[in-house]
Write a protein that binds this ligand. Structure first.
Ligand code: MG
Length: 319
């Protein structure tokens, strides 16, 4: 059996089954956006993400500044998806010896630019020789305790009767990827969405503050990420297609496919939250559906008909 036979999520499930259980300080183990453990009276939130040349970016002719931004931003987004606040990063560079030093200087400029915006300091890391460029960042942050209980956005926190809500607009990153392939410049607004994602730290913390306890960042695609929430929470969901905040630029660029791209395109790095409708009221979110008892996810159009898409989202070993 190969890794591609079971896919990214099958592999994670397998690893979750084999990891040591029962450390008293571990609050959230494998399977959520980030790990969380207690450190005294506080919560540490930690995550890591890797970008590989030829898989997540193309090193040749790349804008290294943008790659640096994204390397940190995707990690910051996973901290946002827990309702945490990021603080420090560890960065590991696996580099072929012929790598231009100027490229790494630029990588760090982009990385530090993102760090400056989100209050993250690079605290250390590692540099190793490698046949292919592999860039890894790990980000550590803090989670909140409220009334002596962890106040986090968990994938397992959805309950029947909750509404489903998202920040910002969706599909822009998928549109940007397509525009890039067609030769668009990096100042194209859709391309910006793809290469310079803006993680929703403030929104995640605001959600926690008003009592929302379920969230995930939209990294794999809206339907797939909501599917992760439904699975972890043991619930189903109904999404009303005509309420999804599809990126305006995307509607203009790809009018016929915009909705599908908003539902299945990944890497928007918006937050998806579920919770009581009254708690969502003060948050900068759009309500797009509701959590129901049972299982499965239904996407419904304005006439109540179900919409089905062949491609649901991203799997690292199957796409
Ligand atoms: Mg995530």
């Amino acid at each position: 059996m190969r890794v591609s036979d079971i896919g990214e999520f099958g592999l994670i499930e397998r690893l979750m089954g084999s990891s040591r259980k029962g450390s008293g300080d571990l609050v959230v183990g494998p399977g959520d956006d980030a790990a969380v453990w207690r450190a005294g009276e506080e919560l540490v939130v930690a995550t890591t993400d890797t970008m590989v040349d030829g898989v997540h970016f193309r090193g040749e002719g790349a804008n290294w500044r943008d790659i640096g931004w994204k390397l940190l931003a995707v990690n910051v987004s996973d901290i946002a998806a827990m309702g945490g606040a990021p603080e420090s990063a560890l960065v590991t560079l696996c580099l072929p010896p012929e790598t231009e030093v100027a490229a790494i200087d630029e990588l760090y400029e982009g990385l530090n630019e993102c760090g400056h915006k989100y209050g993250v300091t690079v605290a250390g890391g590692d540099v190793v020789r490698s046949p292919v460029t592999v860039l890894t960042a790990a980000v550590l942050g803090r989670g909140e305790m409220r009334d002596r209980e962890p106040a986090l956005l968990l994938r397992s926190g959805a309950r029947p009767g909750d509404v489903v809500a998202v920040t910002g607009t969706l599909g822009g990153s998928a549109g940007g990827l397509r525009r890039l392939a067609a030769g668009a410049a990096s100042d194209d607004p859709l391309v910006r969405r793809h290469i310079r994602p803006l993680p929703r730290i403030m929104e995640g913390r605001a959600g926690v503050a008003v009592g929302v306890r379920c969230g995930i960042d939209v990294s794999d695609g809206l339907l797939q990420d909501l599917g992760h929430v439904c699975e972890a929470s043991g619930v189903g969901a109904i999404v009303h297609a005509d309420t999804i905040p599809v990126s305006g630029e995307l509607r203009v660029a790809y009018p016929d496919e915009a909705l599908e791209m908003a539902c299945t395109g990944g890497e928007d790095y918006e937050l998806l939250l579920t919770g009581q409708r009254k708690r969502m009221a003060g948050l900068p979110v759009t309500v797009i559906g509701e959590i129901v008892a049972g299982s499965g996810l239904q996407l419904i159009d304005g006439e109540g008909r179900e919409i089905q898409y062949e491609r649901k989202g991203w799997d690292a070993f199957r796409s």
